[in-house]
Write a protein that binds this ligand. Sequence first.
Ligand SMILES: [Ca+2]
Ligand SMILES: [Ca+2]
Ligand SMILES: [Ca+2]
Ligand SMILES: [Ca+2]
Length: 400
Amino acid sequence: MSAPRSVSRVLGLGLLLCDLLACAPTIRTPLKQALPSVTGDNTVAPGPCLGEPARIDLGGPAVSGALADLDGDGVKDLALAVAGPGGGAAVFFLHDGQGGLKQSMRVPIPQTPTAIAAGDFNNDGLDDLVIGADDPPALHVLLARGRGEFIAGATPLHSTPAALWVARLDGNDTADLLALDEGGKAVRALLGDGHGELTEGKRSGLPTAAQPAALTLVDADRDQILDLAVLGDSRRDAAITLVRGDGRGNFSQVLQRRVVGSGARALLGAPLAGDDGHDLVALVDGAGPGAGSPVAAVLVNNGPVEYSAVGYFVPGPLGDATLADLDLDGDLDLVAAAADGGAVHVVPGDGRGGFGPAQSRRAAGLGASVVVLDGARPTVLSFGPGSQQLHAFAVTRCSS
Ligand SMILES: [Ca+2]
Ligand SMILES: [Ca+2]
Ligand SMILES: [Ca+2]
Ligand SMILES: [Ca+2]
């Protein structure tokens, strides 16, 4: 069922360098923590703080972002899928590894983009990009040629992807894609051949409809095959449902369903507790129906489909979140965007699945998505469909 490449053209992209955006840190007294952690190690201090953001106009809302080394210098950069009238664009921002970010290319997409992801789909060591698009459903593939040049092609799809994840799904050594159907009721694998071609597989229905931020890939049963973890709402519960992958790109048998609170927001997978276990962090609006404060439920994986859970209060309802080591102490920290676009919160991790007190950087007009550019000075980037700007935050030491 291999869909043919319908477009193949060389974009021949020289880098158009625009003005340099220095992410100069502004060190300020951190805001008082809104809520204490219920449990965990509150001696994790001082945590990382964020400076005032630099703002970059995008000319439209960014629907999705991906980290990739776009210019081949070994440092991850940012590619945003930006919607606009009559189509959209992939907009590239180059990172110097020290917190400096500059806009380079704007690659037009003749359709409305819905999702973007990065991976090496032709096994040449260079990061490539895939961009999901609507009307009609399609996948645009940008294969890197080095020095910031890409070859663009496109493949029709059966359904518009609401989100894309790059992973090895079918047991061989090539990068594959997982696409979440628009509406969140099913996923499809797009299996890579290692030469840049991706073939759409069968539809796997999900037991609970998933928002893009509330689905992640983990090996929950530790059989070396990735499974799905989906955070969803049913009746009054927010629950994580684990669905087994069969190693051919299909997902069916439910392994476990675990209630983690009420009001599903986002689900993250990461080795939080320092081993190779696939731990999970679920962000929900409350510990239970009608139960007040938003919670980060940490599920530490102890063995095949075995999790121990602990909950932490977080400062306000959250949009998307990510895990990154912001203060370079070797432990992953939680970075979360406020659902209302009014703040980015940083919650320092202790490397054992525990979190310390949150620090918040408030700013107006932020997006609900966050990613972190690693480097000697990590940079937190906020964007989203509700904002026409990219906000870049330098990481600082908290002053107390
Ligand atoms: Ca780079
Ligand atoms: Ca490549
Ligand atoms: Ca598995
Ligand atoms: Ca850390």
